[in-house]
Design a protein. Structure first.
Length: 270
């Protein structure tokens, strides 16, 4: 599609208090846990600064040609907000209240493909809004059922270009200094594909449940080590006791022999 041209005027205004936001439910049961998992691992790893903002089906606003437009990506990350969190309880306006999102994500759940809509007319499509209005550097589209992930990056021409993953099928998100990729497994009774973060060294950012499992495993290994040490100490104690008994038996044998010699009128040389 063409880049935004002069007929479009974008301004950054706070969402009016009387603006009615959509209260539509999420498209399916997969969206909330996938979004929550993305945020949780960032927080646990210390990769979620105090002034950063993660969003889940939360309105991001811009005024296009005098008309307020609100889109709610399934997940988004804003590196820095410059206002108190109380001011962004209902929605967030980039530029006015902080930096634009570094990445937004949509989790595909139907066949209409709204995630790819470049419609410019009111209401504008998601692709058009993220690319031409918000100018979000990274746009990820994820299909939870198949584990298919596409990541688009805003080019110097202001257009989204699909990126190629690295050899591990991950995407480097430079604004976050993290890799984004797909992981298959189970969390919160959901088995399937998940979006995960990896750090620059390739270490997976863990969820709380994984940290608990790791600590449980560490504690179990420590228990086993302590048990082996206890058994070793017990074996050493038994060995020492056997040696003591051997020495005692030898002492008794010698004393008995001395007594026998003396009974026979022979004084042993000691």
């Amino acid at each position: 599609m063409l880049a935004l041209t002069d007929p479009y005027e974008v301004t950054w205004e706070k969402l009016p208090d009387d603006f009615v936001l959509d209260n539509d439910p999420v498209d399916n049961i997969n969206q909330p846990p996938i979004a929550a998992a993305l945020t949780e691992s960032l927080e646990i790893a210390g990769s979620l600064p105090a002034n950063a903002l993660t969003t889940t089906n939360y309105g991001i606003c811009a005024t296009l040609n005098g008309r307020m437009v609100v889109k709610a990506p399934d997940w988004g990350y804003v590196p820095f907000i410059r206002v108190a969190r109380a001011e962004v309880m209902r929605s967030y306006t980039p530029i006015l209240q902080g930096e634009p999102p570094a990445i937004v994500m949509e989790f595909i759940s139907d066949t209409e493909r709204h995630e790819y809509s470049s419609k410019e007319s009111d209401p504008p499509g998601k692709w058009f809004f993220y690319e031409q209005v918000l100018r979000v550097p990274n746009y990820a589209i994820f299909e939870p059922q198949t584990g298919y992930l596409k990541v688009y990056q805003l080019s110097d021409r202001g257009l989204y270009i699909r990126r190629r993953p690295d050899s591990k099928n991950r995407y480097w998100i430079s604004e976050m200094s993290l890799f984004l990729g797909i992981w298959e497994g189970t969390r919160e009774n959901r088995t399937g594909y998940w979006l995960r973060w990896w750090d620059e060294a390739g270490e997976l950012l863990l969820w709380g449940s994984e940290l608990v499992a790791r600590e449980r495993q560490r504690a179990e290994l420590e228990r086993q080590r302590a048990e082996l040490e206890r058994q070793r100490a017990e074996q050493e104690r038994q060995r020492a006791e056997q040696e003591r008994q051997r020495v005692e038996l030898e002492r008794q044998r010698v004393e008995q022999l001395i007594a026998q010699l003396r009974a026979a009128g022979i004084e042993p040389e000691l």
